[in-house]
Design a protein around this ligand. Structure first.
Ligand code: SF4
Length: 238
């Protein structure tokens, strides 16, 4: 599942002027490499943190991406749940740059999962904010209290980790609800020999989903090049 031009046109056509809108880089599903099970993935657009080695530099510019109404995202979430999705992952970009819209999305996603009888489907948010920065902001804390689990902290390329779903050793996976504890508790210290990476192709774009280790994207690019597949541009080099 991906938001295509038709979806975007429909979203613009039905959006109420007062409806919360999220600036989004992409929406994909099913995502299997960012949290447990099959998930809807929402990558927000805009990040001022500029971590060295970020694989998603295309999400930095807040003027990039496109607007998607929260109602449209909730409809995609409902469709995903009907297809058996296990959760929603919000990544970026920096979700806490859009706190009101993020809160609206998480509230809508919660209402939908309850209405669909899928209260077991979890809400996971990735943020580059550190725990101390979140704790110092009552507003950010209130937004993240809507999530079942959060992954926090800047990406630090010099601190690789084998912990699942984290990009560097400093990043913390923290359950915030009883569902989050049940769902993520077994994974807090779980490591993997190789990170799980997922590749999806939409149109002429190849999406590499997951948290690669240092050097893996360049190695993948070399492997593909040797097979005659070259990228016109990629999202991890300036
Ligand atoms: S790793 Fe995340 S927080 Fe860091 S620059 Fe990239 S999108 Fe922003």
């Amino acid at each position: 599942m991906a938001v295509n031009d038709g979806d975007r046109a429909a979203a613009r056509a039905v959006r109420h002027p007062a409806e919360p809108v999220l600036r989004v880089s992409q929406v994909l599903g099913p995502v299997t490499a960012l949290g447990p099970g099959r998930r809807l993935g929402v990558w927000v657009q805009g990040c001022p943190l500029a971590c060295a080695g970020c694989m998603s530099r295309h999400t930095w510019d807040p003027r990039g991406g496109h607007d998607v109404g929260v109602a449209r995202l909730a409809a995609l979430w409902r469709r995903g749940l009907a297809e058996g999705y296990d959760g929603l992952t919000v990544s970026g970009g920096e979700p806490l740059e859009q706190q009101a819209a993020l809160a609206a999305l998480l509230d809508a996603a919660d209402r939908v999962r309850v209405a669909e009888g899928r209260a077991d489907a979890d809400l996971l948010v990735y943020t580059g904010w550190e725990e101390a920065e979140i704790a110092a902001s009552p507003e950010a804390t209130a937004v993240l209290d809507r999530a079942d689990a959060v992954v926090t902290g800047r990406y630090r390329a010099g601190e690789p980790t084998a912990l699942v779903w984290r990009g560097s050793a400093n990043q913390r996976l923290t359950p915030r609800t009883s569902l989050g504890t049940r769902r993520y508790g077994p994974h807090l210290h779980r490591t993997a020999d190789r990170p799980e990476l997922q590749i999806q192709v939409t149109g002429r774009a190849v999406h590499i989903i997951g948290v690669p280790r240092p050097g893996e994207l360049s190695a993948l690019e070399r492997d593909l090049s040797a097979r005659g597949v070259t990228f016109r541009e990629n999202t991890w080099r300036p």
